[in-house]
Design a protein around this ligand. Structure first.
Ligand code: SF4
Length: 438
């Protein structure tokens, strides 16, 4: 047995970097995982699952799947993409930046639209951040400095289990030696989550009244009067929260889809950013989006540095990327039948998109690239299994605070299974060959 230390957990956007993984001497099997939370550990312990798909599967006329070689799968994918007028490449949040970059090359060659999971999660946050700017910091600074934490529309107790023990509520840092005792935790949500149960103040708001509440916070901060109740919250409670925040040395607002997907969407985030800016007149204050999949932040980074926009980039004009949420976003393209082939990669479109968008996806040629069986793989014409990033292959991923972290390989992938980057390079090469032949 050998132990690999400082392994990066590639499950959620917290990207915990302190896992210890025991593997067999031949580097083929994971025996034990330490330090991970329950969901993180499951990812590592299920790698050797005997039911795992390790060869591509092509859908047959009778609806069953037939095993095919990687060469056949690559040829089918290249031909499908070249035949399509406008293919959609959706997903990218559970793979490394190297694969995303290689995928962008393929999308450029085939004049596709490249979009990531932000399109249905923090896309509205990214729009607001591009419009307004963002006062932010790293999770390390939160651990070492923050004594006031706000969780708004997010529930890390379930979605990011170690976030609270490593960065936000419990840890003792350089200027936060008392840990939880020295911090005040405020939770704003329309329901009492498990995170709300450990908060010092829980602000229960009426659903979709987030904008009004932030506006009321800003009004109180300026010393002006507000109505007796705003969005289901008494004025006294709003004033109490503002006093807690003003008395802190370092405030961090973590926000999730409970803020980005309620009425107002990107305007909620605009308002939250402005609230944090206002708070900086009294104390240091920052905000950080609670990103879900482990490299959804990286997907936005790669698109951002290559095309200038973090999601929904239409490359069909080949010379310039177009980005127009509502027009170049995946759900809209699918429900308007504007794409005629689909590659789902490192995400499960069918599990998260509206029914109509999923129905259209299932009606056009679709290739799903995923180590696991998912709802999308079962609606696809071709399922190509790949190596698992952070377990069987390394690569760069971005934590939720935009810090790039190099993930590690712990065990070998099953023999013959390609990784995402290699697969995209080979599809792009096959596209070039077909173009040269014709
Ligand atoms: Fe993995 Fe997230 Fe759990 Fe950390 S909190 S161990 S990154 S699933």
């Amino acid at each position: 047995t050998k132990t690999i230390k400082n392994v990066i957990c590639t499950f959620c956007g917290t990207l915990c970097d302190d896992l210890e993984v025991d593997v067999t001497d031949d580097g083929k099997k994971i025996l034990q995982v330490r330090n991970a939370c329950a969901i993180g550990a499951e990812k590592y312990l299920h790698v050797g699952n005997p039911g795992r798909v390790i060869v591509p599967r092509m859908r047959q006329a009778d609806g069953t799947y037939k095993d095919v070689s990687y060469d056949e799968a690559i040829d089918f994918t290249a031909k499908t993409l070249l035949k399509a007028k406008k293919p959609l490449f959706y997903g990218w949040s559970s793979t490394n930046c190297e694969a995303i970059s290689a995928g962008n090359v393929l999308a450029e060659k085939t004049g596709g639209v490249i979009d990531n999971c932000a399109t249905v999660c923090h896309g509205s946050s990214l729009l607001a951040i591009q419009d307004t700017g963002v006062p932010s910091c790293t999770l390390g600074e939160v651990k070492n400095r923050a004594d006031r934490i706000i969780f708004w529309g997010c529930n890390p107790a379930h979605a990011h289990p170690r976030h609270m023990s490593r960065y936000s509520i419990f840890p003792r840092g350089f200027f936060t030696a008392k840990g939880q005792k020295g911090r005040k935790i405020i939770c704003v949500d329309c329901r009492e989550t498990d995170t709300a149960k450990v908060a010092d103040a829980f602000v229960r708001i009426k659903q979709s009244y987030d904008y009004e509440i932030i506006d009321a916070f800003r009004t109180v901060l300026r010393g002006e009067e507000i109505p007796a109740e705003v969005g289901g919250v008494p004025a006294e409670k709003i004033k109490e929260v503002i006093e807690i925040l003003k008395s802190g040395r370092f405030v961090t607002l973590f926000f999730g889809m409970g803020l980005t997907h309620t009425l107002g969407r990107n305007h909620n985030i605009d308002e939250a950013i402005n609230f944090i800016r206002d708070l900086n007149d009294y104390t240091k204050a920052v905000l950080i989006a609670m990103r879900g999949h482990y490299n959804v932040t990286g997907a936005g980074q790669v698109l951002g540095w290559q095309y200038g926009y973090p999601f929904a980039c239409d490359l069909s004009r080949l010379t310039v990327a177009r980005h127009n949420p509502g027009e170049t976003t995946s759900v809209d393209l699918l429900v308007r039948h504007e794409v005629d082939a689909c590659v789902v990669i490192a995400s499960d479109l069918a599990a998260h998109f509206p029914f109509e968008a999923t129905r259209v996806m299932a009606s056009i040629p679709t290739i799903t690239i995923d180590p696991h069986i998912s709802m999308s793989t079962e609606l696809s014409d071709l399922h190509i299994p790949v190596a698992i990033v952070g377990v069987e292959v390394g690569g760069c991923c971005y934590r939720m605070d935009n810090v790039p972290i190099e993930t590690r390989k712990c065990v070998d992938a099953p023999e013959g299974v390609l990784d995402d980057e290699e697969l995209f390079n080979r599809i792009a090469k096959r596209v070039d060959e077909i173009l040269a032949e014709n």
